[in-house]
Design a protein around this ligand. Structure first.
Ligand SMILES: NC(=O)c1ccc[n+]([C@@H]2O[C@H](COP(=O)([O-])OP(=O)(O)OC[C@H]3O[C@@H](n4cnc5c(N)ncnc54)[C@H](O)[C@@H]3O)[C@@H](O)[C@H]2O)c1
Length: 292
């Protein structure tokens, strides 16, 4: 590995650590210096970095919750599927991590706010919100056939729910002068996917929401970003027609799906204190499909 400018602060520290370790450990050290080291730098009342992961019962949210916990964060695992999220919290606890399962439905404003307040009281602070709650709604359907009730349902969860969640965590984050909010959007929000009008429109709206919210609090210590993955094999994608998955995968220059580990590790960095000079941005995770 060539590290250009390696003797500058940070890189020098990393290189010093690498010197004492066999090469097979280097990747781990680099990950740790982003994740554990920086999570540890911000302590809550009870110690540790507290992340609220919504949609943690399945797919990207579940993997992210497990990954954050394995890197030392305390994780509030939230989802409308309460048994699923309790299982994830139990799994973390079984590995000596700190977690709680929290049932909430982002379409229920008051219930969501109350649940987040309950978790906040229990953990003392919430440093980061990762919002992975999302649905595709009906797909493989042309715009003129979109059923308005389906569109409304997708909007309620993918876009309105993101604002409700942001509102639930923002006051305390602003008060503590630190916070990381990350909403999982989609490549569909940047480029539009055929047959996915409701999904694409609400994810585009989410990207706009993040841009606007971030500009409301630029000097607060709270960053608000989005992530736009292409196709990642999860139950959400498994439920799509093969034609829709092929349509999306064919557009990826790397010609493969993203791995859950690739999503989780990117999210971990975005919500770490190390990612401090980026707000209002939509991070790309598309195997080269979107180069902007
Ligand atoms: N998997 C992909 O290829 C892909 C690509 C781009 C973006 N995304 C986005 O990533 C996020 C996670 O997707 P996934 O593939 O892990 O999906 P998933 O279906 O595996 O998980 C989504 C989770 O969100 C929860 N959820 C849904 N509605 C909710 C509500 N009203 N309140 C609380 N929780 C709710 C579900 O119970 C589920 O556990 C979604 O926003 C999705 O749009 C996924």
């Amino acid at each position: 590995m060539l590290i250009v400018g390696a003797m500058r602060a940070g890189a020098a520290d990393r290189q010093a650590r690498l010197k004492n370790l066999p090469p097979q450990s280097w990747g781990m050290v680099l990950t740790m210096s982003w994740d554990i080291g920086n999570f540890g730098a911000v302590a809550s009342k009870d110690g540790g970095y507290v992340a609220l992961v919504v949609g943690a019962g399945s797919g990207i949210g579940r993997s992210t919750a497990l990954y954050l916990a394995s890197n030392g964060a305390s994780v509030i695992c939230a989802d409308r599927d309460t048994p699923a999220v309790q299982k994830v919290a139990d799994e973390i606890a079984g590995q000596k991590g700190r977690a709680m399962g929290l049932g909430l439905d982002v379409t229920d404003d008051a219930g969501t706010r109350a649940a987040v307040a309950e978790a906040q009281a229990k953990f003392g602070q919430i440093h980061a919100l990762v919002n992975c709650a999302g649905i595709t709604g009906r797909t493989n359907i042309k715009g003129h056939d979109v059923i308005m009730a389906d569109f409304d349902r997708v909007y309620q969860i993918n876009l309105r729910g993101a604002l409700v969640l942001s509102q639930a965590v923002l006051p305390a984050m602003l008060k503590q002068g630190y916070g990381r909010i990350l909403h999982v959007a989609s490549i569909a929000g940047k480029e539009g996917n055929a047959g996915m009008t409701a999904y694409s429109a609400t994810k585009a709206g989410l990207i706009g929401l993040v841009k606007s919210l971030a500009k409301d609090y630029p000097e607060s210590g709270v960053t608000i970003n989005a992530l736009a993955p292409a196709v990642v094999r999860t139950p959400l994608v498994d439920a799509l027609p093969d034609a829709t998955v092929k349509y999306m995968t064919d557009k990826i220059p790397m010609h493969r799906c993203g791995e859950l580990s690739e999503v989780a590790s990117m999210i971990a960095w975005i919500i770490s204190p190390a990612c401090s000079f980026t707000t209002g941005f939509t991070f790309d995770l598309t195997g080269g499909r979107a180069t902007y």
